[in-house]
Design a protein around this ligand. Structure first.
Ligand SMILES: Cc1cc2nc3c(=O)[nH]c(=O)nc-3n(C[C@H](O)[C@H](O)[C@H](O)COP(=O)(O)OP(=O)(O)OC[C@H]3O[C@@H](n4cnc5c(N)ncnc54)[C@H](O)[C@@H]3O)c2cc1C
Length: 279
């Protein structure tokens, strides 16, 4: 049962920040995660601050020199359907396409996905490999937080009291091959048992992979560039990166899968993604 709560729909970011000074107040974006948490009694807000009326959070830009900005009101279906994004940074559209259902994606936002900070958040691994920054505003002004410092634990982000995420900023993506793969229990829609995003630029020898749902936060693998520079034998490289991934994660048993199954799937998915983006 959802407990009683107050609700405001501010017209400006300043009004939203003022409302968020109230104890136990939460921003409401698409509501596809927050309302479920409220129904399950995981969150019992005294005040919901609905940010869907804030046009200032609509920013969406793609610039070859400045990079990409994605405002906090941007829905996942917007990302799926945006042709410019699909051309310049396909991994984000690919991840959005397999997150939740079509109907939910009309409401769900990328920013809500990372603020919820689920270890299995499907939009997060792509943001890690792209070096995204989270831009916040609050009573003490603006902050830019690297995505890996923003998602700090299961259901925990780095926001301070009264702060709101305004947008996510991504540096100009390299001309690289990118891919996102998600292992789920069923066909159709489900949360990830394992998810992996990868990016490879054969010219510069850059290789980045991030594994989700296998630790308290997504894990950006360290040392992938060095391995990529040493060998272009895809079979060998896939095995080496899979070994690296397995030594970097700490999966748990839960309702979706055992830790052992997750480890097996990480090996399969890492090898698959390496062969897809490094060939
Ligand atoms: C049936 C179902 C299936 C789902 N499937 C998936 C899936 O496959 N993969 C997946 O990753 N997720 C899934 N989800 C979870 C959810 O849909 C996504 O995480 C979604 O992206 C959340 O976005 P939202 O805009 O709805 O966030 P909300 O529910 O509005 O908010 C989520 C959290 O972020 C905070 N928040 C939102 N915006 C801001 C902001 N601008 N500043 C500060 N805090 C903010 C809220 O206060 C809340 O704590 C599923 C949910 C449901 C109900």
């Amino acid at each position: 049962m959802i407990m009683p709560f107050a609700y405001v729909k501010p017209g400006t970011i300043q009004e939203a920040i003022e409302a968020l000074q109230t104890d136990n107040s939460w921003p409401l974006a698409g509501g596809t995660a927050l309302l479920v948490d409220m129904r399950d009694g995981v969150k019992r807000p005294d005040l919901l601050v609905d940010i869907k009326g804030l046009r200032e959070l609509d920013s969406f830009t793609i610039d070859s020199k400045k990079g990409i900005t994605i405002g906090a009101r941007t829905t996942l279906n917007f990302l799926v359907e945006n042709k410019k994004l699909r051309a310049s940074c396909p991994v984000l559209a690919e991840a959005a396409l397999v997150t939740a259902t079509f109907q939910l994606r009309n409401q769900a936002t990328l920013v809500g996905n990372i603020c919820k900070a689920s270890p299995a958040a499907d939009m997060a691994p792509s943001l890690y490999i792209l070096g995204a920054q989270v831009v916040t505003t609050g009573p003490r002004g603006e902050r830019r937080i690297p995505i890996a410092d923003f998602m700090i634990g299961p259901q925990k982000n780095a926001l301070k009291k009264g702060e709101l995420v305004v947008q996510v900023e991504i540096p100009p993506p390299p001309k690289a091959k990118m891919a996102f793969l998600k292992k789920q229990r069923i066909k159709g829609h489900d949360l990830s048992v394992v998810n992996v995003a990868g990016l490879a630029d054969t010219e510069s020898g850059t290789l980045r992979l991030c594994v989700g749902a296998c630790a308290e936060t997504p894990v950006l693998l360290e040392g992938t560039d060095q391995l990529y520079k040493k060998t272009r034998d895809l079979g060998k490289l896939g095995e080496q990166i899979a070994d690296l991934a397995l030594s970097s994660i700490s999966p748990i048993d839960d309702v979706r899968a055992s830790a052992d199954y997750r480890r097996d799937m990480v090996r399969v998915f890492v090898k698959r993604i390496v062969s897809r983006i490094c060939s």
